[in-house]
Structure formats: C-alpha cells, structure tokens
Design a protein around this ligand. Structure first.
Ligand code: PPE
Length: 307
C-alpha cells in the first residue's frame, strides 16, 4: 500500500511537488546510510495545528549531524520555520513530519566529506503506528534475538539513517514471529528499546525505563512521559533493566513519536498485568493526549503553533 502523500516537500530551501523530490542513485546516503533524520508530530488543537516539541527535535537533528560531521547549510531557526511551513503549505492539521539531512551526490567512498549535505522536510497524515487498536488494546511483543549496537559502535543518541538497518532486523524478526514489535537487549544483556520506540515498565506504581547513554535513543516522548509522570506524582527511575523485569511488570508501554504511548499486553507470549491497558498507562496516555492536543495547560511550552 503506498504511503499517504501530501502536495509539497521542502527540498533544499524551496517547495517542490511531492513527486519531484528526487535524489541520484549514487548519492552517498544511498550506499552508506549517511543521513540523520527526525520524526515529529503535529496535532490539531483548539488554536490550530501545533508541532509538538519542535525546538527539541530540531536540536537533536543538529546534534546528530554534528556527531557525523555533517554541516547543515541552514540555521536551526530556518529548519524550524521550514517544518511549520511544510505543515501549513500542505494544509495539514494533524500529521507526521519527517525532516532528513543526507549526504548527496558527489564522490563514492567511505570518507564522505566531499559530498554536499542536503535537507528536506516532508509531512503527511500518519495515523496509529502499531494498528488502530494498539493505543487501547495494547500489542503483543517479543524479545529480539538481535541486540542494539554497543556504545562504541553506533552513536545511539543520534537518529542516524544507517542505524535503522538494525531496527529493520528487529522489526522483521518480530513480524515473522507474529509480534507487532520487539524489544532489543543491549550489548550487556539489559533491556534497551524497541525498533523505533522507548519502553517503560510499571510495578508498584513506580515507572522504570532504561537510562540514556548506553544503547538507546533519548526519546523526546520518553522525556515527555517522565515529565508528565512526575507531574502526576509518580516516581520514575532511569536505570538498567533486566530482561526478567519485563515478565514481572504490572504494566508495560512503548513511548515514541510515531507510536505515541502504546500499551504492551504480552511479552514472549506471557501476559502483562491484566492483558490490557493498565491504569497507570491509561492515566499517562490521557494526560499526554490532553497536552499534545492543547486541551490542558502547556506549562513547558511544548506546543509550537503553526499559525
Ligand atoms: N528509539 C528509537 C530507536 C526510535 O526510532 C524512536 C523514534 C524512539 C526511540 C522514540 O523517540 P522520540 O520519537 O523522540 O520519542 N522513532 C521514530 C521513527 C519511527 C519510524 O518507524 O520511522 C518516530 O517515532 O518518529
């Protein structure tokens, strides 16, 4: 099934029709995964469309490019504005936004720095990530036989295109085993994250999630969940999590831009809690959706209105 399209893509500083946003087959990124991207959501609010935590996403994009020595030929302000313009130019209200920075056509060979750095921003309608029932019913997952990269291999705090080859292995294995998604362990055998989202567990009203700095992306949804949970009075621990804690958890849920907050109802065929969304997950989901949709106060300035 082809993806939903919109009309225009912001491509190196100007809008081009969706179908004309093309790159050469010898572009560096095609061969070596040399790209850094973001995934951002824009929600419909009573004051019009609002991009969720725009500044933090743009900053992560620039941080990632810095690690890979990719000099973005635009300022953070220009990219932030391009993101908002892409939403409004396409007349979108709630959508998923995908900014991408990549090394384009120049020379092949692993040393990339002779290739031009290019930037695009696309946006389209992207509904629920793990299926329409996922947010309410939860999903069935397994622990992957693939691990996340060790800290001295890929910089996992960077959303690098090539890193997602590992995510694809995790995701395909999960699907082949009949799961919606899988959890990967890190090189030390501790719980890391899913192929495209962070994981939280709940036990005795305490939330736990693996700490940043070993092998996971410091998710912006993860950060939002931690903040909201503490606002609601829950204790949150960022710490190493053993695999068996997944089986002992009363609640488990994923957090990510695409997946939003999605409950997990079984791991490795073992039922989590009551086998449906638990009360803490429900409370966090409610508070999260109220904030992103502008239905609750926005104490941290998380909403960036498009107009
Ligand atoms: N870990 C990984 C590996 C990851 O890809 C994401 C986002 C997260 C954690 C959560 O980060 P954040 O979105 O800042 O809360 N994954 C993006 C891409 C998903 C895709 O399939 O493509 C996303 O959710 O947009």
């Amino acid at each position: 099934m082809p993806m939903p399209q919109s009309e225009f893509i912001w491509f190196d500083g100007e809008f081009v029709p969706w179908g004309d946003a093309k790159v050469h087959v010898l572009a560096h990124a095609m061969h070596y995964g040399s790209s850094v991207f973001e995934g951002i959501r824009c929600y419909e609010t009573p004051r019009g469309p609002a991009v969720f935590r725009l500044g933090k996403h743009v900053r992560r994009l620039f941080d990632g490019c810095r690690v890979y020595r990719m000099e973005i030929p635009y300022s953070q302000e220009t990219i932030a504005q391009a993101i908002k313009d892409t939403v409004s130019k396409n007349g979108l209200r709630s959508c998923y936004i995908r900014p991408l920075v990549w090394r384009g056509y120049g020379q092949l060979g692993v040393e990339p720095r002779t290739c031009p750095v290019q930037v695009m921003v696309a946006a389209w309608d992207w509904g629920t990530y793990l299926g329409d029932d996922a947010l309410e019913q939860g999903v069935d997952i397994g622990v992957s036989s693939w691990r996340r990269a060790a800290p001295d291999t890929f910089p996992s705090m960077v959303k690098g295109g090539g890193h997602y080859m590992n995510s694809q292995l995790i995701r395909m294995e999960a699907a082949d085993n009949g799961y919606s998604e899988a959890i990967a362990l890190d090189v030390y055998g501790y719980v890391s994250e899913g192929s495209g989202e962070n994981i939280f567990l709940v036990r005795d009203n305490v939330l736990s999630t693996p700490q940043v700095g070993t092998s996971l992306l410091g998710g912006i949804t993860r950060d939002s969940v931690i903040t909201i949970a503490r606002d609601l009075g829950y204790t949150v621990q960022e710490r190493p999590i053993a695999r068996e804690e997944l089986y002992m958890a009363e609640e488990l849920f994923f957090a990510g831009t695409a997946v939003e907050i999605s409950p997990v109802r079984s791991v490795d065929h073992m039922v989590v809690g009551q086998g449906k969304r638990g009360p803490v997950t429900a409370a966090l989901q409610k508070a999260f959706f109220e904030r992103v949709r502008g239905e609750a106060p926005d104490p941290y300035g998380w909403l960036d209105y498009v107009r």
